[in-house]
Design a protein around this ligand. Structure first.
Ligand code: GLU
Length: 292
C-alpha cells in the first residue's frame, strides 16, 4: 500500500520550528517509503485564520525544500461535507445542542469542585479542548431545547460521549507497531460543531484524513489526546484508521514547547536573520533532504 502522509497546519500565525519539525518528519516519512505527501490547510476558524498566514505557510514550506501534491485541500471549502457528517451523528441521536458560554462552563465546573462530595475525578481533568464539559445542556428538557432553538439562541453541538462509547465498545489505535487503547470518554461531551462554524477540528480532521487516504499521521504528541477522539469518530463513521506516529515537541530556550507567540522561532524570522534550511534541519536533528 502506498504510504500517504500529510501536514495540516491552521493558518492562524506564522510557522515556527516546531511546525517545521512536524512537516519535515511527515515529508521524510513518505519520501523514505516512496509515498505521497499532502498539505492540508485547516482554516475552519473564521475569526483566527488569515489568507496571509496561508500564503506564508506555503512560502516557508517551499523554502524548507518540501514539495506537496496539488491541489492543496482547504477545509473552509468543504463545510457542507462536515455538516453532512454532523447530520449523520444527529440522526443517530449522538449530538445535542449546547448553549453554554465559556463563562457558564467555568462557573459550573467550579461549582462542582466546591460541592460537598467534591468533583468527580474527571471534572479535575482538562480535555484537549479545555475544561471538561459538566453536561449542563445534556440535561435540558426536550421542550426547553426546542424553545431555545426556535428562539435562534447560538449553540454548539456536542457529542453524547457516554452513548457514543457505549455503541462502539472498547477502542484501540495503532501507534507505530503498537496497538494502544483509545479512551475518549476521558474528554467528556466534546464539541463537534462550534457556535461560529458548523464543524470542529476533531470532525474535519478525521473526515479529511480518511477521505484523502492518509495512511500514516505524523504529528506532535500534543495531539495524542485528540487521537482518542478521532479514533471514536472513525468508528462512528465507518472510516479506516491510519497508523499514528506522535513525535516529541521542540522546546524553546526556556525549555517550554514553542508556541505561535514565540516570534524569534518563526521560520520567517529565522530566514530573515540569515538562517539556511540546512541549518534548520541540523538544529532539529534531522537528516538532510538528500538523505531523507
Ligand atoms: N491543524 C492542527 C494544528 O495546527 C493540526 C492537525 C493535525 O495534525 O492533526 O495544530
Amino acid at each position: 500500500m502506498t504510504v500517504v502522509t500529510r501536514f495540516a497546519p491552521s493558518p492562524t500565525g506564522h510557522l515556527h520550528l516546531g511546525h517545521a519539525y512536524s512537516a519535515l518528519l511527515a515529508w521524510q516519512f513518505a519520501r523514505k517509503r516512496g509515498g505521497r505527501f499532502l498539505l492540508r490547510i485547516e482554516d475552519i476558524d473564521p475569526g483566527r485564520c488569515r489568507p496571509e498566514f496561508e500564503a506564508a505557510i506555503l512560502e516557508d514550506l517551499a523554502w524548507l525544500g518540501l514539495a506537496w501534491e496539488a491541489p492543496v485541500r482547504r477545509q473552509s471549502d468543504h463545510l457542507d461535507l462536515y455538516a453532512s457528517h454532523l447530520d449523520r451523528l444527529a440522526a443517530d441521536g449522538l449530538l445535542y445542542p449546547c448553549f453554554c458560554t465559556r463563562k457558564d462552563i467555568a462557573a459550573a465546573v467550579s461549582e462542582m469542585a466546591g460541592a460537598p462530595h467534591g468533583a468527580p475525578d474527571d471534572a479535575a481533568h482538562e480535555g484537549p479542548d479545555g475544561p471538561l464539559y459538566p453536561g449542563t445542556c445534556r440535561h435540558l428538557s426536550a421542550a426547553e431545547r426546542a424553545e431555545r432553538l426556535d428562539r435562534g439562541d447560538t449553540h454548539a453541538l456536542r457529542l453524547d460521549m457516554a452513548e457514543a462509547v457505549r455503541r462502539t465498545g472498547p477502542l484501540n489505535y495503532r501507534e507505530g507497531d503498537d496497538s494502544v487503547p483509545a479512551r475518549p470518554e476521558r474528554f467528556g461531551d466534546v464539541v463537534l460543531a462550534r457556535k461560529e462554524v458548523r464543524t470542529s477540528y476533531h470532525l474535519s480532521c478525521t473526515v479529511d484524513d480518511a477521505l484523502q487516504g492518509v495512511t500514516d499521521i505524523v504529528r506532535g504528541e500534543d495531539l495524542r489526546d485528540a487521537t482518542d477522539i478521532h479514533r471514536l469518530l472513525q468508528v462512528l463513521f465507518g472510516l479506516a484508521s491510519p497508523v499514528y506516529h506522535h513525535h516529541g515537541l521542540i522546546a524553546g530556550p526556556d525549555g517550554k514547547r514553542l508556541a505561535k507567540r514565540d516570534k524569534a522561532a518563526t521560520l520567517k524570522a529565522l530566514r530573515e536573520a540569515g538562517t539556511t534550511p540546512v541549518q534548520i534541519l541540523e538544529r532539529l536533528g534531522l537528516p538532510g533532504a538528500e538523505a531523507g
